[in-house]
Design a protein around this ligand. Structure first.
Ligand code: DGJ
Length: 742
């Protein structure tokens, strides 16, 4: 049993071998008091001694009782207005315009396994013994409504997932203004907040600041999780490193507007809130209706940030990603975007596909520009009819020809968008998200379809289905290149306009679900101008994400290092592109470009028909190398060794689960003359095993590689001739070490 209930004292202890999470029902108010979250502690018949009370000058709930202030009680799912002045986990506006709620415990249920979240992405179990779920039901008698808090603890993972459900059992509607997925009151503020920060073409950069008193948050108001912030934060102790110390991770399985916030009060209590962003959110719950929040995945690690990351990787790779591709090696692809942009025809793309086949590449992806009059980004989105001038044999003909070459065929769509001047726009001008009597802002010359409407989702499904069902398509890149402005839906009542953003993302999930159901073997790659929607929500539908439009190997070191904080390598879309690089103009060696791209889904995005024979030879070798090692890269344990955020050298490695094999990558960004000695200390190996580093002659014990490290200095003898013939340093050098048990 991973959930123990002390029935008399109404205490709940969720635990497994590594973590404990404890809360109780308050005797007088029947609200929930949080007692502990962290490293596993022993179960006891009572945890009453963990209550923490102080008499403070503040409002109290009960007369004569000076310790009943909710402001000074750590809570599970707090409300505002009855003595707690901090930002709450939920807020409701009821029939008389009041925001006061009082949800009181009535009962609980424990279930083996983990129930699905209807209509929402979530982690899952394949066997009921993998997890246990506690559902706490609270009721507000005035509102005549229930609140169900769900907690799932995984048996063999240091993971607890949380979500909340509101059920209106009364006769009147009420409005939900705020419904967090999780709230945790930590007893102190001795933490740094780690989060992933960015912008288009420089996503997922790691940021970390000590907590300060007051509110600190990352969030999105853009309709997508966004390039700017990931729906993630971690609280780490100041002395926590990548590989040691305590850290608490919070990750929201959601792709729309989110809030990830920490409020430190004046007594140094730190409240973490995570959920749908309450900003402009207002959801009407009619009698008999329910509202289910997305899921928050909480990870506790005593093994530093890398330990937290490995837990997320394992969980997301195996129990969030689903379907046919979950456990399969992903095809090495070539995408024509940076090779041709909008200017291509059938001959050109077939030329690329043919050359790709010769090099061992497995999938050709036709990107933007194949439909309508799409010669640049000003037109045609929404008219998913093939452009016959470019592709006289249609997508059907092209896909057949590519398949005949021995490659799979993939296609780009941007399903959520519409351009002015299209047939779709003329037929349904009201299907575009816009606010009556206000101007309409464009983003990349395009407008957003109102995916909160089922008929819009139906129409787009039909259009995509027409193409997919008549062609040989194995992969779809689903792009989304702008954020939402003037959010409003003409299909919703005035008092429901606060629902648009959430309904929109539910519409996106619906379309994905229908496509997956009909085409379970198609591999989806999500994309939003690169990593604008790289979030756990979309991983439930698309096993991989195009991590960034920045394909420069050196920029990618930071982007991929940051993404690995949460996301498994099997989900990080990464390609080798041309030099000078199209985003930053940098010239990097083709070896380094591949040495970075290997640590993801791997592919190419350049015009290989223009490469010289030597470059083709190198690519062929790279493709062979990746095929040989992709299983290890996809399923091994990932270790961050040297960070690009604070050093000129970067290193990471993947170790197989049985510790028999590993691949280590080392990158030196700028060359230095007559430099110091370098070593890379490895992680995760078996100290007792003897390993061989491929192409080397010596073998090393795991304990040597982890404590002394790989010695990077050249293997020189004392021959004078070596002075002149030694390799000279240059910028952007990298090395890969393949390590195998002898
Ligand atoms: C943005 C994507 O991130 C790119 O890879 C490419 O697909 C373009 N959109 C196409 O417009």
């Amino acid at each position: 049993m991973a959930i123990k209930v002390n029935v008399d004292t109404k205490e709940f202890h969720l635990y497994n071998d590594t973590i404990s999470y404890i809360f109780r029902v308050l005797e007088k108010s029947n609200q929930l008091e949080h007692l502990y979250y962290g490293k596993r502690i022993k179960h006891r018949d009572s945890f009453i001694h963990l209550r923490e009370r102080e008499i403070r000058p503040s409002g109290n709930m009960f007369e004569g009782d000076h310790t009943s202030s909710l402001e000074h009680i750590k809570q599970e799912y707090p409300s505002y207005g009855t003595t707690d002045y901090r930002y709450p986990a939920h807020m409701i506006t009821n029939q008389i315009g009041s925001h006061i709620t009082n949800f009181q415990f009535i009962n609980y249920e424990t279930l083996r396994g983990k129930p699905v979240l209807e209509g929402l992405p979530a982690t899952y179990v394949e066997d009921d013994f993998e997890a246990e779920t506690l559902e706490i039901t609270l009721v507000d008698d005035v509102l005549k409504s229930k609140l169900v808090l769900s907690y799932t603890i995984f048996t063999d993972r240091n993971v607890i997932t949380r979500s909340a459900k509101f059920i209106n059992e009364g006769d009147e509607p009420f409005y939900l203004n705020n419904a967090m997925s999780a709230s945790v009151d930590f007893p102190d503020d001795n933490f740094e907040m780690v989060h992933l920060n960015g912008a288009w073409a420089r996503e997922t950069h790691i940021d970390s600041q000590p907590l300060f008193k007051g509110i600190q948050s990352v969030y999105s108001t853009r309709g997508a999780s966004s390039h700017m912030h990931n729906p993630f934060l971690a609280l780490k102790r100041p002395d926590t490193t990548e590989h040691s110390g305590e850290v608490y991770g919070f990750s929201l399985v959601y792709s729309g507007n989110f809030l990830a916030q920490v409020e430190v009060d004046t007594y140094s209590v730190s409240r973490v809130l995570m959920g749908i962003n309450p900003f402009q959110f207002k959801w009407k719950i009619n009698p008999g209706e329910t509202f289910q929040t997305p899921e928050c995945v909480m990870v506790y690690s005593g093994q530093g940030l890398n330990g937290m990351s490995q837990t997320y990787h394992e969980l997301y790779r195996n129990r969030l990603v689903r379907g046919y591709w979950r456990d399969k090696p992903r095809p090495i692809l070539i995408n024509n975007w940076e090779a041709t942009y909008f200017e291509f025809n059938e001959e050109k793309v077939l030329g690329i596909a043919e050359a790709a086949k010769d090099l061992g590449i497995e999938l050709f992806v036709l990107d933007d520009g194949w439909f309508g009059e799409r010669h640049d980004d000003t037109s045609s989105l929404g008219d998913w009819f093939v452009n016959i001038e470019k592709l006289p044999n249609g997508i059907k003909g092209l896909s057949e020809k590519v398949n005949a070459l021995g490659l799979k065929f993939g296609l780009w769509f941007e399903p959520e968008m519409v351009s002015r001047g299209t047939k779709l726009f003329e037929m349904h001008p009201d299907w575009m998200i816009s606010t009556p009597n206000r101007s309409e802002s464009h983003g990349r010359n395009q407008f957003v379809l109102d995916f909160s409407r089922d008929e819009v989702v139906d129409y787009v499904f039909k259009m995509m289905d027409d193409i997919i069902s008549t062609s040989k398509i194995s992969y779809i890149k689903w792009d989304m290149n702008r954020y939402i402005t003037e959010a409003y839906s003409t299909s919703l009542d005035v008092d429901q306009q606060g629902e648009v953003f959430h309904r929109y993302i539910l519409g996106v999930y619906k379309l994905y679900e229908r496509l997956i159901e009909k085409y379970p073997k198609i591999l989806f790659e999500s994309c939003a101008g690169g990593g604008g929607r790289f979030d756990p929500g979309l991983l439930f539908y698309a096993p991989q994400t195009w991590a960034s439009d920045d394909t420069d190997a050196i920029e990618r070191l930071k982007i991929q290092y940051g993404a690995s904080m949460l996301y498994p390598l099997s989900s990080i879309g990464s390609h080798v592109s041309a030099v000078p690089n199209h985003q930053v103009g940098r010239m990097t060696p083709i070896e380094t470009r591949a040495n970075v791209a290997y640590f993801g889904t791997f592919g190419y995005e350049l015009d290989i028909t223009k490469l010289c024979d030597e470059e083709k030879r190198v690519i062929k070798e790279q493709v062979t190398f990746f095929k040989e090692h992709r299983d290890l890269i996809r399923s091994g344990d990932f270790y961050r060794l040297l960070s690009p955020f604070n050093s000129n050298e970067v290193s990471w490695m993947v170790v197989s689960r049985d510790k028999k094999q590993a691949i280590v990558a080392y990158y030196k960004v700028l060359a230095k003359p007559n430099d110091k000695y370098y070593r890379i200390k490895l992680k995760g190996l078996d100290p007792e095993k003897l390993y061989e580093i491929k192409r080397g002659s010596t073998s090393y014990y795991g304990d040597e590689l982890m404590n002394i490290g790989i010695i990077l200095a050249g293997d020189y003898t004392d021959r004078a001739s070596e002075y002149w013939s030694r390799p000279h340093p240059h910028d952007y050098q990298s090395k890969i070490f393949v390590i195998t048990e002898v």
